[in-house]
Structures are given as C-alpha cells and as structure tokens.
Design a protein around this ligand. Structure first.
Ligand code: NAD
Length: 279
C-alpha cells in the first residue's frame, strides 16, 4: 500500500459492513493500508468487489462478500463461515443505514420499518452474529457509524432516532462485554461528501457549498476524515476507550453559531488580529 500510515492492524482480521462505497470503502482502504486483512461486505456485489480489488491492487489483503446486512439468516451464515475460515474477527465496522427523506407527517409505516431496519437492526444483527468470533480475538473492537443526527435534531426524525438507538446499543454492549475485553465505540459524522449526497446535489447543486459555509471549519467532511477516526478507535491506541462517541463533524455540534450572532452580532466572528495564511 502506498500511503504512509502506521501498521496498527498487521495480522488483524477486519470486517467492514457496507464497505463498498463512501465511508465504508474509505475505512476498508485505511484498515488494509495499515495491515489488516479486510473482508468487504456490501449488499451490492460490484461495490464490494471494487473496494477489495482496489486494496489488492495497492498490495493489501482483501476479499469481498455480497450480503444484505438486514438479512439475519444471511448475516448469520456469513459470520459463521468467516469464523471457520479465520478463527476470529478482530475488528468489526458497521456502516449500513437508510434515511427516507419524507416529511414526518407523511412517513409511512414501511418507511419507518425500513429506516430502522437498515440503520439499527442491521448493525445489531452483525454484532450479534460476530460475537462468537470477536470473543476469540485478543484485541476485539467494534466501531459503528452513527451520525450527528443521533445526538441532536438535524431533520430525518426516524433516521435520527435509529442513530440514537445505535449509540445506546453500543454503550450497553461496552458494559456487557468490557470484562471480556471487547470494545464498542461510535463515530458520529457530520456531513460527509459521499454518494448519498449526490441525489440531493442533483436537485440543488449548491447544497454542499451552503452546508460547508455553516461548518465552523468551513468545509464538509470526506470519507477519509471518518476512516481515520474509525481506525483510531479500532486500534490498540484506543485500548482504554469503550462506550464512547467520537464526533467527527467539523465543529457543527460544538455550538449554535446563528444564536451567537443573534446575541452579539455578525462581528462576533470577525477576527481582530488580521488575516493569517491558510493551507
Ligand atoms: N454521508 C454523510 O453525510 C453521513 C453523515 C453522517 C453519518 N453517515 C453514516 O455513514 C454511514 C455510511 O454512509 P455513506 O454516506 O458512506 O453511504 P454510501 O451510500 O456512500 O455507502 C453505503 C454503503 O453501504 C452499503 N449498504 C447499505 N445498506 C446495506 C445493507 N443493508 N447491507 C449491506 N450493505 C449495505 C451500500 O451498498 C453502500 O456501498 C451510514 O451509516 C450513514 O448513516 C453518513
């Protein structure tokens, strides 16, 4: 692999659910670049294999499997097979989710069920099915992708509730399995420029620029911003961190900028020490 990362995952067995695109793809590439043997799982076989092939082309170790993480029987079979093959799982990363962009008053029961199933039930099923193999690792770690929507109101009520549920699930599991050394952590991203924003950007081309202007750090995030946080939490550098939420959001949940401006005026955010060079 070409990037100059450390080798925190040499000899480790990693599974990335939803690893075919976006944050999952970047995480698969990052874990592999640091030495992990990565199984890329995605409901879209082509996406999964493209990520695995990208890793192998760069000199890493990867294979791919097409599984829908909402399918309990298929996930059970997958983790059973993986346990037989490798004897253990060291790192499990859960990325699947779905948000129906429907006004709260029009959300149908089937949309509610679909969003909850993709966002909360799928990681639950994956963790439950992986437990046997995680318990056979010397340094087992689960990192799941929640969202700032799981911490506060950013629209999409059902998705937000499912993401909040995911956080609570991990806190509970951190306590249940802490004595056995299994760590459970969450990364909560703000807006990340991935495929999921392309359809919104098609309808409103300036949407990402508009959002970038609202972020204290002046940009939306990249999948790699999240991958590096996942890699940290999954690594032994985080060996005393469990049950936590690492917010990776360019500062969007740090406070309420418009409220501060309403109190103190726009000049509150104008620096008095002049311009400084920026990278
Ligand atoms: N993009 C953002 O702005 C953002 C912000 C906060 C949180 N997140 C979270 O990050 C995670 C990844 O989002 P993304 O933007 O990278 O999405 P994405 O659509 O770019 O990629 C998601 C991948 O997961 C796969 N997937 C979805 N459901 C699956 C299932 N049931 N079984 C197997 N594979 C499945 C998809 O095929 C796709 O390859 C999600 O949990 C999302 O809620 C994203």
């Amino acid at each position: 692999m070409t990037e100059n990362y450390g080798r925190r995952f040499d000899g480790r067995v990693a599974v990335v659910i939803g690893g075919g695109r976006g944050i999952g793809r970047a995480t698969s590439l990052r874990l592999a670049a640091e030495g992990a043997r990565v199984t890329v799982v995605d409901q879209a076989p082509q996406f999964a294999e493209e990520t695995a092939e990208e890793i192998r082309t760069a000199g890493g170790l990867a294979d791919s499997t097409a599984v829908d993480a909402t399918d309990a029987a298929a996930i059970g079979r997958f983790f059973y097979g993986l346990g037989e093959e490798h004897g253990r799982v060291d790192v499990l990363v859960n990325c699947p989710a779905h948000a129906s962009d429907t006004h709260f008053e029009r959300v149908t029961e089937s949309e509610f069920d679909f969003d909850m199933t993709a966002t909360l039930k799928a990681p639950f099923l994956c963790i439950q099915a992986a437990m046997h193999s995680l318990l056979r690792s010397t340094a087992p770690s689960v990192v799941s992708i929640s969202s700032v929507n799981g911490l506060a109101a950013f629209g999409n009520e059902v998705y937000g509730a499912a993401k909040a549920g995911l956080i609570n699930l991990h806190k509970n599991l951190a306590l249940r399995y802490g004595p056995e050394g299994v760590r459970f952590n969450i990364v909560a991203p703000g807006t990340i420029h991935t495929r999921s924003w392309e359809s919104r950007a098609a309808a409103e081309p300036s949407i990402l620029e508009k959002m970038a202007a609202l972020y204290p750090l002046g940009r939306v995030g990249t999948p790699e911003d999240i991958a590096s946080a996942v890699a940290f939490l999954a690594s032994s550098e985080a060996s005393w961190i469990t049950g936590t939420v690492l917010t990776v959001d360019g500062g969007i949940t740090a406070g309420n900028g418009p409220l501060i401006s309403a109190i103190f005026g726009e000049s509150f955010f104008t620096s008095t020490v002049g311009e400084r060079p920026r990278a």
